[in-house]
Structures are given as structure tokens and as C-alpha cells.
Design a protein around this ligand. Structure first.
Ligand SMILES: Nc1ncnc2c1ncn2[C@@H]1O[C@H](COP(=O)(O)OP(=O)(O)OP(=O)(O)O)[C@@H](O)[C@H]1O
Length: 321
């Protein structure tokens, strides 16, 4: 197994309440040291509720945010924030909101040309050939190339977003809630397209979503993020059929199911802790039915509890879900 993407101790702190003179009033640890490997050709799902650090992690991976600490390596080669073009050639980002992520004043052809021109210095004739090839791969008609983003539906715009990511010829694609803004009927088409493209272009995906059903359907492995930390990682089937971390179980139980009201289990905290005043020990303990004295004292570290499944928990669950 070749490791396509290796994330080691990646961390992002945001100083908040900056004053003109003197130190900031506090620091939000948006991503606490996160370590993850993604194998070539794999789809790693990243799930977690709003505010757990998914977007901050993704933005660091594509060079949009400099990490506070830690390293990102692609095929063993470190990515350096001093060279943003290196990120673009190696790793691309598909945004949640397809239309607003495309420059409204540029035609689709101009949008598609930018990565070929800037990242690959490709001559005009080669650019045109490559754009036509990619457009065909995402099932869009060539005549769309001379139109503007607002002329497209959400599903078409997301195909264009995907085409733009492919134009850069990167092998790793971060899909940040790629279908959340789309109608359910269009979601399946885009997911099928992503699956086809993965095979056709030999891609590796990081698929970020709060929608557990979608993540389960598309991922080989899943990492569950809570309050900036990975709390469980393992094969998607294992993680969803038998969650080992109480938070994964809570997430699975509160996922919307037809006929079941969307509610957290009774008497439990439903909110993430205050980022400016984080709890001691395990960040999940105030919402956890298993919490004991040790959880308030010592932050649990990732430990393998089953074949390929690791959790950061002092009291991992053992029974079936
Ligand atoms: N620029 C910033 N300055 C200060 N705090 C920030 C900044 N960006 C994010 N945060 C904080 O970092 C934490 C993680 O945010 P992030 O947006 O990465 O979470 P998320 O899981 O992607 O949420 P969502 O699904 O709502 O986008 C949150 O507490 C958020 O308030």
C-alpha cells in the first residue's frame, strides 16, 4: 500500500479578540494535532458536526491556511506553504457551494484554463485538448465552455467545479461537502460521477461531510473528528456498524432517519465545548454517558482496539451498535 497523503500532527490555532497592542484575548484550537494517512486510491471520509474543524483541516491541506504546526506530505514529499503552486499541482479542492466558488466574471473556459496555464505552463493547443477531454469525462457539453457560472444549475456547476479540480492534474482531491448543497436527485448523479472519475484518473479522495449516510456510501475508511481531534478511525463498515467511540455512536444515532425525530439523547449536552474554555481531559466527557474520573484528568490518545480501528477513549464501546 502506497501512502498518497501523510498528515502528521497538523495543528491550527486561531488567536481571537486581537488587540492593537498586547496579546490576543484567547486562542481557538480549531485543529489539535491530527495525524492521518490516506492510501493511494483510497477514499477517506471525514465526519463530525459543525465546528469540529473539518473545513480548517481541509483548508490547510490545500494551502489556503498555513498550519500552526505539523506536516503534510504527498507521496513522501513535504508541502511547503512558501510554494502554493506545489499544493495546486498535487492536491485540489472541490467546494461545497459550486456556483459561488466559480468566478462569476470568467467563462468556464477561462476558469478551466487557469490551472493549466499557471500550474503547468501548458501551450494553448494542449490546453484546449485537455479541457475538452476533462469536460467529456464530467459529462458536460463542449458548448458550455463559453458560458458563465450563473447560467448553470447546482449540479452542472458542481461538475464544473470537479472539472476545474481535475484540470490541475492533481491526484488527490479534497471534496468538502461536495453534494450537500444539491438536490437529493442530483446528489446521486454527482456521487456516481465522482466514483467513475476516481477510477478513470487514478484519484485519492478525502471526502468531508456531516452526512453520515453519504460518507458511509462512498468511503473506504472514515475518520471521526470531534472538537479538532480525530477520535475514531477505521474501515467505514466497521466504524458505522460498530462504533467504538461514544461520540461516533451519538453521531450515528442522531443522523436523520425517515420517521425518527432529529434529537440528541435525553439529558445530554448537545453542544461542542466552548473553544475558548475547553474542558480538561477528554473533550467529549460532558456529553458522554461513559465518562468517569479519569476522563476529566487525562486526554485519551488514539489506540488500536480492533483490526484497523483506533479510538481515543478511556472506555471504548465493545458491544454491537
Ligand atoms: N478564522 C477563524 N478565526 C477564529 N476561529 C475560527 C476561524 N475559523 C474557524 N474557527 C473556529 O475553529 C473551529 C473549527 O471550525 P471549522 O469551520 O473548521 O469547523 P467545521 O467542522 O468545518 O464546521 P462547519 O461544518 O460549520 O463548516 C470552530 O470553533 C470555529 O469557530
Amino acid at each position: 500500500m502506497t501512502t498518497a497523503l501523510a498528515i502528521t500532527d497538523l495543528t491550527k490555532d486561531f488567536p481571537v479578540g486581537k488587540r492593537l497592542f498586547g496579546p490576543p484575548r484567547g486562542v481557538v484550537h480549531a485543529v489539535r494535532p491530527v495525524t492521518l494517512d490516506v492510501a493511494e486510491g483510497e477514499t477517506l471520509g471525514i465526519v463530525g458536526e459543525s465546528g469540529c474543524g473539518k473545513s480548517t483541516l481541509a483548508r490547510m491541506l490545500v494551502g489556503l491556511l498555513p498550519p500552526t504546526a505539523g506536516t503534510i506530505k504527498i507521496n513522501g514529499q513535504p508541502l511547503d506553504n512558501a510554494d502554493p503552486a506545489l499544493f495546486g499541482r498535487k492536491i485540489q479542492y472541490v467546494f461545497q457551494d459550486p456556483i459561488s466558488s466559480l468566478n462569476p466574471r470568467k467563462t468556464i473556459r477561462q476558469i478551466m484554463e487557469a490551472p493549466l496555464r499557471h500550474l503547468h505552463n501548458m501551450p494553448a493547443a494542449d490546453r484546449a485538448r485537455r479541457i475538452n477531454q476533462i469536460f467529456a469525462a464530467v459529462n458536460l457539453r463542449e458548448e458550455f465552455l463559453d458560458r458563465y457560472p450563473h447560467e448553470f444549475s447546482g449540479g452542472q456547476a458542481q461538475r464544473i467545479g470537479i472539472a476545474r479540480a481535475l484540470a490541475a492534474d492533481a491526484r488527490i482531491v479534497i471534496l468538502d461537502e461536495p453534494v450537500s448543497a444539491l438536490d437529493v436527485s442530483v446528489q446521486a448523479q454527482v456521487l456516481n460521477l465522482l466514483a467513475d472519475l476516481k477510477g478513470q484518473f487514478g484519484l485519492t479522495y478525502l471526502f468531508i461531510s456531516h452526512d453520515l449516510a453519504v460518507v458511509e456510501a462512498v468511503s473506504d475508511r472514515v475518520a471521526v473528528l470531534y472538537f479538532g481531534s480525530v477520535v475514531e478511525v477505521g474501515p467505514a463498515t466497521a466504524v458505522f456498524s460498530q462504533p467504538r467511540h461514544p461520540y461516533t455512536k451519538l453521531l450515528a444515532e442522531s443522523a436523520p432517519v425517515v420517521g425518527r425525530p432529529l434529537a440528541a439523547p435525553e439529558g445530554r449536552e448537545t453542544e461542542l465545548p466552548d473553544p475558548l474554555n475547553p474542558p480538561t481531559g477528554c473533550a467529549f466527557r460532558e456529553r458522554c454517558s461513559k465518562a468517569s474520573a479519569i476522563c476529566a484528568q487525562i486526554a485519551p490518545v488514539m489506540t488500536e482496539v480492533a483490526d484497523g480501528v483506533s479510538v481515543a477513549c478511556h472506555h471504548p464501546l465493545t458491544g454491537p451498535a
